[in-house]
Ligand binder design. Structure first.
Ligand SMILES: Nc1ncnc2c1ncn2[C@@H]1O[C@H](COP(=O)(O)OP(=O)(O)OP(=O)(O)O)[C@@H](O)[C@H]1O
Ligand SMILES: [Mg+2]
Length: 164
């Protein structure tokens, strides 16, 4: 696991951008954290770094289940499972199938559906400093082997925000 500290929104965007620089087709990133933790903010920084632009803009997917963006380096699907009640509904979204077609997936509240979604990276955002409402702890972890060959590179691009 990589433990990071973002001191403000710009740091969260930059961290997301650094990860986006290393993603490949079929990568899944599950975004974990309470309401307002910054999951959608992370997604915005991620999409911008992938090159998503113009009216192909990332907004909160909270009221629509999934947004897809095709103007970046890799097609991006951004889903929010908050309103889904059952794992069958998650399966019906077909996220893994979309990734298999060569896309990257960001899934907010996806930790409850890991059995359906399968292996991937998790990014957990935590606001844990009562004196600084813009600070976030960000924990990056990986299941499976998809990141094995990129792990050292990932640690390197995230070194500026790494806790020691
Ligand atoms: N370091 C930071 N990282 C991310 N967001 C931050 C940070 N500092 C302040 N913020 C603010 O916190 C809010 C995060 O909201 P966001 O919609 O990204 O949360 P969320 O985790 O997606 O919530 P929800 O579960 O409701 O979808 C934004 O208003 C953002 O500007
Ligand atoms: Mg959100």
């Amino acid at each position: 696991m990589i433990e990071l500290r973002a001191s403000d929104l710009g740091d969260t965007h930059a961290i997301a951008g650094a990860i986006a620089g290393l993603v490949r087709p079929r990568d899944l990133i599950v975004l974990i954290g309470e309401m307002g933790a910054g999951k959608t903010a992370f997604a915005t920084g991620f999409a911008t770094a992938l090159g998503v632009h113009g009216d192909d803009h990332v907004s909160s997917p909270t009221f629509t289940l999934m947004h897809s963006y095709t103007s970046g380096r890799i097609p991006l699907h951004h889903a929010d499972l908050y309103r889904l009640a059952t794992l069958a509904e998650v399966a019906d979204l077909g996220i893994r199938e979309l990734l298999d077609m060569g896309a990257v997936g960001l899934v907010e509240w996806g930790d409850v559906a890991s059995d359906v979604l399968g292996d991937g990276m998790s990014v957990t955002l935590v606001a844990d400093d009562d004196d600084d409402e813009d600070a976030r702890m960000i924990f990056v972890a990986v299941d499976g082997h998809a990141w094995d060959s990129r792990w050292e590179l990932l640690k390197n691009v995230l070194r500026n925000w790494t806790l020691r």
